[in-house]
Design a protein around this ligand. Structure first.
Ligand code: ASP
Length: 396
């Protein structure tokens, strides 16, 4: 055997072993997810199994006489064909697709469909390392928020995605969104519900659909993006932003359909007696969101509006204040038009999106019967969905 000069023969084997370990570490490091700050959620794609729940949406639709409609079997076949062009990539894990019947346009989804997804995640939780939910973009932010609350002590990634243009169109965003979701699921173990769309990785319950046509359809207006995809096949993740809610045994809470939440979108001069009639008529209404002006204000010189609040109070309906503004906090201390609302037990939704506020209230109403308990969780952070203080992001 040849000897390495300058190294004593008895140390030569050790030198070769150390060099080999350094080389391995170098190769591994260069195929790792780029992550900065905090605990790393990077994992090896090897042996990971992903369950894809395909609920419908534009992504798998094709043109019919009545407009675009989801087509059975199409998405699975197209995605398989697409991936087969890259047979050697070790980054694509083992995956199974469960296709829902019927496939839905997400505008037709309700809390019953969230429950279907929740049951599938619950029943397959130990068999898979991560879950991807494919759905239409219209109510995607509602689903992502709803899942984030109902999945308690989550310790695996649940990624929600879809597309603006169907796979059946030559230039589309579907393959990129699907692939990004699969790559994120195979290489990280982020214990959150995330949205992957147009190379952005967003916290699910901070997400909003902000454009009906643009490819970059989703944004997280009050919270920084958790990560992104760029040139590489590996995502870049800001670990400091991950909200780890894994504090005990994983559990799923299904949504009850018996308790309803209404959203009262304020407009100048609106006749609020209509809302009074509605809540007097429907005793299932247990929560109301005041979608307020600006920093959380309402028409406090309008006696019908104040009477409506009194009626809501008399019915023990929990009231949550979320601003019509896309960015920023509710701060009812600022103007009389806000302060007066607090006298009518209107609770600040802080910087929650309407999607997060709506699904959180439904979740808490499904879980608890006591209004004080519900209000205490509603007004505090439980899944990273709100910040109690204004963040630098909203002030800049
Ligand atoms: N209407 C479609 C849906 O939400 C839109 C989409 O998927 O982009 O199902």
């Amino acid at each position: 055997m040849r000897h390495i000069p300058f190294i004593k023969p008895k140390y030569q084997i050790w030198s070769v072993a150390i060099l080999f370990i350094i080389l391995l570490a170098f190769v591994y490091n260069n195929t790792m997810v780029e992550s900065f700050g905090g605990k790393s959620y990077t994992v090896s794609p090897k042996n990971r199994k992903i369950l894809i729940l395909y609920t419908g949406g534009t992504i798998g639709m094709s043109e019919t006489n009545d407009g675009k409609e989801p087509q059975k079997g199409y998405l699975e076949a197209q995605f398989k064909k697409y991936l087969s062009m890259y047979p050697n990539t070790h980054l694509i894990p083992d995956y199974n697709i469960k296709s829902y019947d019927p496939l839905l346009d997400s505008s037709n989804m309700s809390s019953k469909d969230w429950n279907k997804i929740l049951k599938d995640i619950r029943d397959n939780y130990t068999k898979y390392n991560a879950f991807i939910v494919i759905q239409g973009t219209d109510t995607l932010a509602y689903t992502a928020s709803a899942l984030s609350f109902a999945l308690q002590n989550l310790n695996k990634p649940v990624i929600v995605t879809g597309s603006q243009i169907p796979l059946s169109t030559i230039k589309n965003d579907g393959y990129n969104n699907l692939l990004g979701s699969l790559l994120l699921a195979s290489q990280t173990n982020i214990p959150e519900v995330l949205v992957v769309f147009d190379n952005k990785i967003l916290r699910g319950n901070r997400t909003k659909k902000i454009s009906s046509n643009k490819i970059s359809a989703f944004s997280s207006p009050n919270f920084s993006d958790v990560g992104s995809f760029g040139y590489l096949t590996t995502p870049s993740i800001n670990n400091n932003l991950i909200y780890n809610n894994h504090k005990g045994q994983f559990k799923v809470k299904l949504y009850t359909v018996q308790k309803e939440v209404i959203i009262i979108y304020l407009t100048p001069g609106q006749n609020y007696n209509n809302i009074i009639n509605l809540v007097n008529y429907n005793s299932n209404i247990k929560g109301a969101i005041i979608n307020s002006f600006g920093i959380g204000d309402g028409p406090t010189n309008n006696k019908h509006f104040l009477h409506m609040l009194t009626v809501l109070n008399n019915h023990n309906i929990i009231i949550l204040n979320i601003s019509q503004c896309i960015e920023g906090h509710v701060d009812t201390g600022d103007y009389e038009t806000g302060k007066t609302l607090t006298k009518y037990k209107v609770n600040s939704g802080q910087d929650m999106t309407i999607e997060a506020g709506y699904t959180k209230l439904l979740y808490l109403l499904s879980k608890y019967n006591d209004n004080d308990t519900i209000i205490s969780y509603l007004t505090n952070n439980i899944r990273g969905e709100l910040s109690l203080q204004p963040t630098a992001m909203e002030m800049n």
